[in-house]
Write a protein that binds this ligand. Structure first.
Ligand code: SAM
Length: 318
């Protein structure tokens, strides 16, 4: 008789998880400790809203219990009921056995403190551009790249995915009409849901198409984009968590710059004279500087990144 096939996670045997006896885990912090031990044991990757096993466990336990992860400490020593404990353990076990990002398991991620719906149709949002809008585009303070956020009339979010950056931009530039484009039908369905949940249907227009193609000759004061930029080597080395996300969201061709090159070539036709482009490119800064030596790119840093996003004014692109 043929042997039953072993359960695998993308080719690797699924880890076995020790049974938890009744009453062995009582408080939220007990469940977090248990989760951290399992996550470390299973060598999970953390790159989807959290960067370490403790933050990931606190996120998952909080979300399972419908608590805001930002308020975890208030409830850390509170008891979890038996039924809740079952739900929490199930999520911890699914995180380990499926290697899916926690955000997919709870259909939620926070960006700049705001919740967004996510599922496997979109990459889990983690762009640095959300933070940069606040730190470099606030107006007023020295070094701000835009004098007055209230004067921004038109913003484009290219490669919008879940619509998270379009929504943050709509909040940040209160008088702007925002267009957002993605080539993926599934991504636009998720973006439509998020735009609706934030009541922004009258300010954000979603388009399906290849980069600027669906926009005609529209021009924008600001273009923001977090395009696919992973090179072939990076694609081959993606951890299982990232392989659960749409390939289209990562794949930037052989050197990672296929889409970035097209954006830089076409952006001048879609920027107003005083406008500019913010583009995230990950760790490929040297390659971009080498590929575009004539462009005075301004590299912007965030709390957790150095030189992964550039700004260029329309006047310097033309
Ligand atoms: C890195 S994700 C960014 C999503 C979102 N802006 C964020 O920061 O979370 C890139 C997105 O670009 C989309 N995309 C890829 N190629 C595209 C193209 N040629 N035109 C428009 N969108 C594209 C993918 O479907 C994906 O949603």
């Amino acid at each position: 008789m043929a042997k039953a096939a072993k359960k695998t996670v993308r080719g690797r045997p699924a880890p076995k998880l020790a049974k938890v006896g009744p009453g062995e885990l009582l408080t939220l912090v007990d469940f977090v400790r248990y989760a951290v031990s399992r996550f470390v044991e299973a060598e999970l990757a953390f790159a989807h809203g959290t960067t370490d096993p403790v933050a990931e466990a606190a996120f998952l336990v909080s979300e399972a219990l419908h608590l805001n992860p930002g308020q975890f400490e208030i409830f850390a020593n509170a008891r979890v009921t038996a039924a809740e404990g079952k739900t929490v353990l199930d999520l911890i076990h699914r995180r380990v056995t499926t290697r899916k990002p926690a955000a997919y398991l709870v259909n939620k991620i926070y960006m700049r403190g705001l919740p967004f719906y996510v599922d496997e149709r979109v990459i889990v949002p983690r762009s640095f551009i959300g933070e940069l809008l606040e730190s470099h585009f606030g107006g007023g303070e020295a070094g701000s790249l835009i004098d007055d956020p209230t004067a921004v009339e038109r913003v484009l979010d290219l490669c919008t995915g879940s619509g998270c950056l379009a929504i943050l931009a709509a909040h940040h530039f209160p008088n702007a009409a925002v267009d957002a484009v993605d080539i993926s039908k599934g991504a636009l369905e998720v973006a439509t849901r998020n735009v609706g949940e934030y009541g922004l249907k009258d300010r954000i227009s979603l388009y399906r198409g290849d980069l600027f193609a669906p926009l005609g000759d529209a021009r924008y004061d600001l273009i923001i984009t977090n395009p696919p930029y992973v090179d072939a080597e990076g694609m081959a080395a993606l951890p299982p968590e990232c392989r659960a996300e749409p390939k289209l969201a990562f794949d930037g061709g052989a050197d990672g710059l296929d889409v970035v090159r097209r954006i830089l070539a076409e952006a001048p036709d879609h920027l107003t004279p005083d406008g500019g482009l913010i583009c995230e490119i990950g760790r490929g800064r040297d390659l971009v500087d080498e590929a575009f030596p004539e462009l005075p790119l301004l590299w912007l840093d965030t709390e957790d990144s150095e030189g992964e996003v550039f700004w260029i004014a329309a006047a310097d692109l033309a």
